[in-house]
Design a binder for this molecule. Structure first.
Ligand code: CA
Length: 144
């Protein structure tokens, strides 16, 4: 099924099926917004939630191509949310504010594919997203 959607400005139409669906879980709204604005709107469709419980609810019914997951969140933290994501095999990039090695190590141990430390530059974020999508597509093509 192909659905034509308009972006926020309303004048660009894209085929939703061909867009990369990114789920942004980040309670600091300016950062969530920065991420969304960093991703070219012709290619990426972003869904944002600001709370850990909302994130878990959303993950029950929706599939994404990639998830950007903050560690410190109200409701449920990033580590807890990993339990909901892992069965789907969706690639996860942890976003961490702390320059805390323990958070990164724990995220990776729990099955995250990568991490990015705040503050980050949009270019670095996009490069990491692309690298992780490439990797997950290679893995899928080996399975199928
Ligand atoms: Ca946070």
């Amino acid at each position: 099924m192909q659905i034509n959607i308009a972006n926020n400005s309303g004048f660009y139409l894209a085929r939703y099926d061909t867009m990369i669906k990114v789920f942004i879980v980040e309670d600091e709204r300016p950062i969530a917004e920065l991420i969304r604005l960093s991703l070219p709107r012709q290619e990426y469709s972003c869904t944002m939630v600001y709370d850990g419980i909302e994130a878990c609810d959303m993950l029950k019914d929706h599939r994404f191509d990639l998830i950007l997951l903050d560690v410190m969140l109200p409701g449920a933290d990033g580590f807890e949310i990993m339990d909901y994501i892992r069965p789907s095999g969706t690639p996860v990039i942890f976003i961490t504010a702390r320059r805390d090695l323990n958070d990164r190590v724990r995220g990776l141990e729990l099955g995250a594919d990568d991490y990015i430390t705040k503050p980050f530059l949009p270019g670095e974020l996009i490069a990491r997203i692309k690298a992780n999508l490439r990797r997950s597509r290679v893995q899928e093509s080996h399975i199928n």
